[in-house]
Design a protein around this ligand. Structure first.
Ligand code: BTN
Length: 239
């Protein structure tokens, strides 16, 4: 059995989606921390029902771990911050930024995606895709994308995942021992356009206001003409 620190690791050549495999594996509930990775995904999923193009050479993995639903917002930010910090271990001067709630931008283009889904009991599955070698191209992608390779960072999916797990685990300890404040401030340090005007697409409407921060649940605070609005879910457009 393969382990990386506390994580029980399952490697596959091909799965439909590492999120689905992780959900199945953690249903035995024998371990606290599972990681599932695959060289290929045939049905990689993105957020909002989108497809996640899964080209070989890129990284696809899912973590399964237990936490309370109230922690969901902080776990999302912890994950994106950990991805950003992992990129910085390769190039401390990399032009990286965080876009609420869970995108990491490199040179202003999307480098990774995070899809968090509920699993059995208190388990959650955090699915992560990172463009390591290839930059996906598709008519469906209406935003800029980049790969690490393209930005001059040469690594493998496996190396990146190992580095990430180390940093993610350290951040979990930080969250448990010191609460969300420290992580939140670190996250805000890299937040794109904090203090600037943004547009947020909600399910049925778009709001415009000043991106004034993140609350203690990891929700976005938008200062509008009618006051500060707390946004739990949505997609940011910068304007
Ligand atoms: C997004 O839309 O930005 C989220 C993309 C998440 C993709 C990852 S790849 C590993 C895991 N398995 C999936 O099917 N999706 C996630």
């Amino acid at each position: 059995m393969d382990r990386i620190n506390n994580w029980k690791l399952f490697r596959y050549e091909e799965v439909e989606s590492t999120n689905d495999t992780a959900k199945e594996l953690c249903s035995d509930q024998r371990e606290n921390f599972y990681v599932v990775t695959a060289q290929r995904q045939t049905k990689g999923r993105g957020r909002r029902g989108r497809q996640w193009i899964s080209q070989e050479g890129n990284l696809f993995f899912s973590l399964a771990l237990e936490f309370e639903t109230e922690k969901l917002g902080s776990m999302v930010l912890l994950t994106s911050l950990s991805l950003l910090q992992t990129i910085k271990t390769y190039n401390p001067n990399a032009d990286v930024a965080l876009k609420w709630p869970n995108d990491v931008l490199l040179n202003n283009a999307k480098i990774s995606g995070i899809l968090i889904e509920k699993a059995i009991g208190h388990y959650w599955v955090i699915g992560i895709g990172v463009n390591i070698k290839k930059t996906p191209v598709s008519k469906e992608i209406n935003y800029d994308v980049i790969s690490l390779e393209q930005s001059g960072i040469h690594t493998t999916a496996d190396m990146f995942m190992k580095n990430f797990l180390q940093i993610f685990s350290q951040n979990m300890v930080l969250l448990e021992t010191q609460g969300f404040d420290k992580l939140k401030n670190l996250w805000l340090k890299y937040a794109k356009d904090l203090g600037k005007t943004i547009k947020v697409q909600l399910e049925h409407k778009t709001l415009e206001g000043l991106f004034s921060g993140i609350d203690n649940n990891g929700f976005l605070l938008l200062k509008t003409e009618t006051g500060i609005i707390t946004i739990t879910a949505g997609e940011i457009f910068y304007g």
